[in-house]
Design a protein around this ligand. Structure first.
Ligand SMILES: [Fe+2]
Length: 404
C-alpha cells in the first residue's frame, strides 16, 4: 500500500472528471451513497518501513476519514486535578441535592485532548476518578462494560461483587467484569478515592453497552447494597496462591463469560511480589513487570483489557518499544518520565498518562527510589482481531520484532 503522503498528493490532483463526480455526489448524497473521488488515506504509517523514532500517526484527511480522531500522548497531574475531588466532596457535604443523586457518581472523567471532548483516554479506555464520602452508596447494578477500580486513597470504602465484599486499600485492584452485579460504598470515616477504568468507549462504539439495575438477590438491610454472601477474602482464598485452583466452583462469576473469577488483588501483595523479583533481570522494555491474569486460564482478566504492574528500579531506563496497542498508566509510587511521540511526560505519584498506539516510548525512573506503574492496555482485544504487534530498539538502535 502506498504511504499516506502519496495518497494526499493523489487527492490533490486537479481533474475535470473528479469535478464531474463531485457534482454527481451533490446529487446522489440524498440516497446515502458516496462516489469515490479520493483515495484511502490511512492515518498510520507502514509499520515495517517507518521505524524512525519520530514516526507517529497523523489524522487522515478528506471524506474517507471524516470525523476521525486520534488519541494523543498526555499526562494528567494529580496536583492539578486532585483538588477537584475535594471540591466535589465539599459541594456534596452541603448540597441541597447531593451530586451522587443527579450524577449517579461523585467523580471527574479524564478526556484525551486528541479525542474531541469524548469521555475517553484512548479509543477503548475510559477513566474516571471517583470519591465516596462516608455513608455514600452506589446502588447495586450490572453492565456490559468491564470495569476496575484502582484504589488511590489510603484505606476505606468497599465494592461488593457477586456477593463478595472487597474492602479497599491503596494500590488494590478491584474488578467488576462484564455481567457481574456490584455496588460501592464507604462505611469508613474518611472519603475514599479510586480510579475507575472501563472499556466503555469500545462497547459504546459497538452499540452493546447496557446497564441493569433490577437486582433480584438479597439486599443488605434497607440499603441498596447487595448482601455479602461470601465470607471475607473470598477471591484470595480461592485463587490467591499461584498455581493452585479449587475444583469445586464453576470459575465463572456473573452472567457473562470469559472473564476472571478473581475480583480483588491487594496492593500490598502486588508490591511484595514486585519487590521479590527486583533482583531479577526483568524485561529491558518494561522493567520488572507482572500481568494480572485469569488464574484458571492464564488469559487476560478481561477479554478486552490487559492489566499489569511494573517496577522501575532506581536509575532504570527501559529501551524504546512500540505496540499497536494503546496503554493507560497510573503512577502508584516514585517518579519518572516517559518519552513518547516526541514528548516527555514527567510523572509522580497518582499522575496518569497515556501512550497511544504505534508511538515509540521509553520509561525512565528519575526518582531517588523505586517507581511503580499500573498499566491497562487493549492488548487482548488487538490480539483477538490479529492486529497486535510490538517492536523494540536494541542498544545499537536496530529494530527488532518482539514476541507478542
Ligand atoms: Fe458499575
Amino acid at each position: 500500500m502506498p504511504d499516506a503522503r502519496e495518497h494526499k498528493d493523489r487527492n490533490a490532483l486537479p481533474s475535470a472528471a473528479r469535478d464531474a463526480m463531485e457534482r454527481l455526489n451533490a446529487e446522489a448524497g440524498k440516497y446515502n451513497i458516496w462516489l469515490r473521488t479520493q483515495a484511502n488515506a490511512p492515518s498510520q504509517r507502514s509499520w515495517f518501513n517507518s521505524t524512525s523514532l519520530d514516526v507517529s500517526g497523523e489524522l487522515a484527511s478528506g471524506r474517507v476519514a471524516a470525523n476521525q480522531m486520534k488519541a494523543l500522548p498526555h499526562r494528567w497531574r494529580w496536583k492539578e486535578i486532585g483538588p477537584y475531588l475535594d471540591r466535589i466532596a465539599e459541594i456534596a457535604r452541603t448540597a441541597d441535592v447531593p451530586p451522587i443523586e443527579f450524577a449517579d457518581r461523585q467523580q471527574f472523567l479524564l478526556t484525551n485532548p486528541g479525542l474531541g471532548g469524548r469521555l475517553q483516554v484512548t479509543s477503548v479506555i475510559r477513566c474516571a476518578i471517583s470519591t465516596y464520602n462516608p455513608g455514600d452508596v452506589a446502588p447495586v447494578h450490572m453492565h456490559t462494560p468491564n470495569a476496575s477500580r484502582t484504589i488511590l486513597s489510603k484505606k476505606g470504602g468497599y465494592t461488593t461483587i457477586e456477593g463478595e465484599r472487597c474492602i479497599a486499600s491503596r494500590g488494590d485492584l478491584i474488578l467488576t467484569p462484564t455481567g457481574a452485579w456490584h455496588d460501592h460504598g464507604n462505611e469508613d470515616p474518611d472519603p475514599v478515592v479510586w480510579a475507575d477504568i472501563l472499556d466503555f468507549p469500545l462497547l459504546e462504539f459497538l452499540d452493546v453497552n447496557w446497564l441493569d439495575e433490577k437486582f433480584t438477590g438479597a439486599l443488605e438491610g434497607n440499603s441498596l447494597a447487595q448482601a455479602a454472601t461470601h465470607t471475607g477474602d473470598y477471591s484470595h482464598r480461592l485463587y490467591g496462591k499461584g498455581g493452585m485452583v479449587p475444583t469445586f466452583v464453576p470459575h465463572q462469576r456473573g452472567i457473562w463469560y470469559d472473564t476472571t473469577p478473581m475480583f480483588h488483588y491487594r496492593g500490598t501483595e502486588i508490591r511484595e511480589t514486585l519487590d521479590g523479583l527486583k533482583g531479577e533481570a526483568g524485561d529491558p522494555y518494561e522493567g520488572v513487570r507482572l500481568r494480572f491474569v485469569n488464574p484458571v486460564t492464564g488469559a487476560a482478566i478481561f477479554p478486552t483489557l490487559d492489566y499489569s504492574a511494573q517496577l522501575l528500579r532506581r536509575d532504570e531506563a527501559t529501551r524504546w518499544k512500540r505496540e499497536t496497542a494503546s496503554t493507560f498508566y497510573i503512577c502508584l509510587e516514585g517518579k519518572g518520565a516517559t518519552e513518547v511521540g516526541g514528548k516527555r511526560l514527567d510523572w509522580e505519584e497518582n499522575d496518569f498518562f497515556v501512550v497511544p498506539n504505534f508511538l515509540w516510548r521509553r520509561h525512565i525512573n528519575t526518582g531517588p527510589g523505586d517507581a511503580v506503574l499500573y498499566a491497562v492496555s487493549d492488548y487482548p482485544l488487538l490480539l483477538k482481531i490479529a492486529q497486535y504487534r510490538a517492536q523494540g530498539r536494541l542498544a545499537d538502535d536496530s529494530v527488532v520484532e518482539l514476541a507478542r
